[in-house]
Unconditional design. Structure first.
Length: 378
């Protein structure tokens, strides 16, 4: 991100923070609303083009502030229409963002951290290690860029209709910077998306799931991937701190704060690991009668992984068993795998990684895991 140290970056600031900036300069708070509409609704990043602001105010903004967007390093286009951008994040680091076009909607998958500290065994991002959290500006900048670059839909609306935090990183481990972005995504002064069209995907940081329900209620997807603690401890290490029972309690508390909303439980299909009909039955036992739906994800390979994708027949039989026993279950269609943009394949560039706080040597005790999870959320 190109940014002048002496200037304040207004990108990603909340309405309240922007109002404080203007009031401190002797301006009325409504200037914040004007600025938000220019940046997010009209896609303007230069103060001189904000014509309903006084020239003296624009001159002050040029001198003291900026709208610093993340730098695009590369763009790759898949044969299926999926697009992947690589954004610079300083000091040789980079993160990836993916746009997935579908009939009637376009989903943008954004990143929240440079790498990831949660070390899920089947994920390319986790294999890269963790460097740092992205700022709110770096996160919302991914959305801004995609909306400005992509052609609008036939009805004149932006190509991006849905935003999912399913790129690099664990969003709730960057809570401080993610929540302001969530609020901008749903704000009528910014992108104005429905809360149902904004989804946080988490591996299960229980206290922050509970807090999110109060701070900014959006759709929630939980990376479950195993129907029992023994297996989940191995492939999703955060489970050793927040086991399945506690995780599900937090999920049901989250849905209680919403109306007519389901939790989506993501379940990557790993051959011979979690894909038997016995595993399907255990999954039903966990979720039966609850506001839950299951999204089965065919595993997408990456270099040096030990896992293999379950066969198409195995995935189909697993899904059928879930449906026969009353669960809503879908299978995610693999998109963008020819450009390594499919689920679980995003790796970006983590060239100066901090050792994963959740590596195998660090999970000997819950106390160690808790303290080092906190390290990643600074």
């Amino acid at each position: 991100m190109s940014s002048t140290a002496s200037k304040i970056n207004l990108l990603g600031l909340s309405q309240g923070d922007l109002e404080e900036v203007f009031v401190a300069h002797g301006e009325k708070p409504f200037r914040a609303r004007q600025l938000m509409q220019w940046i997010y609704q009209r896609g303007v990043a230069h103060f001189d083009e904000m014509t309903d602001l006084a020239k003296t105010l624009r001159a002050w903004l040029n001198a003291e502030a900026e709208i610093a967007l993340p730098e695009v390093l590369t763009r790759h286009d898949s044969v299926d229409g999926t697009i992947k951008w690589l954004f610079a994040s300083g000091s040789g680091q980079a993160v990836e963002t993916v746009f997935i076009p579908e009939p009637g909607r376009g989903t943008l998958c954004i990143s929240s951290q440079v790498g990831c500290a949660l070390d899920c065994a089947f994920c390319a991002t986790g294999a890269q290690g963790f460097n740092r959290n992205l700022s709110s500006a770096e996160i919302i900048g991914q959305v801004w860029h995609a909306i400005q670059e992509l052609p609008r839909r036939d009805n004149g609306e932006p190509a991006v209709t849905n935003v999912v935090f399913m790129g690099m990183g664990e969003p709730l481990a960057n809570y401080r910077n993610v929540v302001p972005v969530l609020k901008l995504l749903v704000s009528d002064l910014a992108f104005g998306l429905s809360r149902r069209r904004v989804t946080i995907s988490t591996s299960g940081i229980v206290p922050l799931i509970e807090r999110l329900g109060d701070d900014c209620n959006v759709s929630l997807a939980v990376s479950l991937h195993a129907p029992n603690d023994e297996l989940r401890n191995d492939i999703v290490p955060i489970n050793r701190l927040h086991p399945i029972a506690a995780l599900l309690d937090a999920c049901w508390a989250y849905t209680a704060k919403q109306s007519n909303r389901f939790i989506t439980f993501e379940y990557v299909m790993l051959r011979g690991v979690n894909d038997s009909l016995a595993h399907a039955d255990q999954l039903v036992d966990l979720l039966d009668g609850k506001p839950a739906k299951v999204n089965l994800i065919p595993f997408n390979p990456f270099p040096k992984t030990k896992f293999k994708r379950s066969s198409a027949d195995t995935i189909r039989h697993f899904q059928t068993r879930l449906r026969q026993r009353g669960l809503v279950a879908t299978t995610r269609r693999t998109r963008g795998d020819d450009i390594d943009a499919a689920c679980g394949q995003l790796a970006g560039k983590v060239s100066d990684r901090v050792r994963s706080p959740l590596g195998k040597k660090s999970i000997a005790s819950k106390k160690s895991l808790k303290s080092k999870t906190r390290m990643a959320s600074v």
